[in-house]
Design a protein around this ligand. Structure first.
Ligand code: GLU
Length: 269
């Protein structure tokens, strides 16, 4: 089977050192396997993504020498694929409409990045049948109760995540009528025939959620390779605030791509 990887930036900010490490690892693994590595721009959220960041991401990738295979794919143009998956999941009773707000959920555990959605707040999947379209409410995937999800990570070894402990019912569509990250990524990775997903270790729990979506959609999961996280000088994981560690900034300071990768290696958390 031919190797298919992907580069999947989200254009909500400039690429940083962490992206340089993940994308160069993804690129190297595709080259080593004589495979292909298309670019997929994860620009689903019109309020947070911009064309400027999308252009900058492509420019930064090229500067790093990370060329992709074929024409870039834009998630914003693929709504019909996500809608079809939403219909299938709804018909099969995997998802349900949820009226709890983000604020209500985060008030449960204000210090946690992603509090586990409480089982008591689940709604009945039968209610889903009256909906012809997803818009107007959030949609959640009902996870099995207390199941251990295992996967073999090509970098970290066997990973275990437990439903209702590490994660609960998760969003597949949000009430602003935007498909959620988990659903869009799985639908695209299946449609694009991706054989290995290379991503940051911040997405380990997402990978477990996505395995449930593969199962629900009757698809075979790809191989997984998670990259360690790059931290800033204070040891915090790099997020959107890159504190001078965006690839733009480093390039402007005169660093070459190989020096950027060295710096990333030295800044692992
Ligand atoms: N777009 C995601 C990010 O920039 C990565 C998506 C994925 O690897 O599934 O963090």
């Amino acid at each position: 089977m031919k190797y298919f990887g992907r580069l999947a930036p989200t254009p909500t900010g400039y690429l940083h050192l962490g992206h340089a490490l993940t994308f160069s690892t993804a690129h190297r693994r595709a080259c080593d396997a004589d495979g292909r590595i298309p670019l997929r721009m994860e620009d689903l959220d019109p309020h947070r993504c911009s064309e400027e960041f999308a252009r900058a991401a492509m420019d930064d990738l090229r500067w790093m020498g990370l060329e992709w295979s074929g024409e870039p794919i834009f998630q914003s143009q693929r709504r019909h694929f996500y809608l079809e998956a939403w219909r299938r999941l709804k018909e099969a009773g995997f998802i349900y409409p949820c009226r709890r707000s983000r604020r209500e959920i985060s008030s449960l555990a204000p210090h946690e990045e992603e509090p586990v959605f409480p089982v008591e707040w689940r709604d009945d999947p039968r209610e889903a049948q009256s909906f012809q379209e997803p818009c107007g409410v959030n949609w959640r995937f009902r996870v099995p109760d207390n199941e251990a999800i295992f996967f073999k990570d090509q970098n970290f070894g066997v990973i275990e995540k437990n439903t209702l402990r590490d994660f609960g019912d998760f969003l597949v569509w949000n009430r602003d009528d935007i498909p959620a990250y988990e659903l869009a990524v799985v639908v695209d990775d299946i449609a694009m025939g991706i054989t290995e997903v290379v991503r940051g270790a911040d997405l380990l729990t997402s990978t477990a959620r996505q395995i449930l979506l593969y199962r629900a959609l009757g698809a075979v999961e790809p191989a997984w390779f998670h990259c360690p996280l790059v931290c800033d000088t204070e040891g915090r994981r790099l997020a959107k605030r890159t504190g001078g560690l965006s690839l733009r900034d480093l390039r402007a300071q005169g660093l070459m791509p190989t020096q950027v990768l060295d710096l990333a290696q030295k800044s692992l958390g």
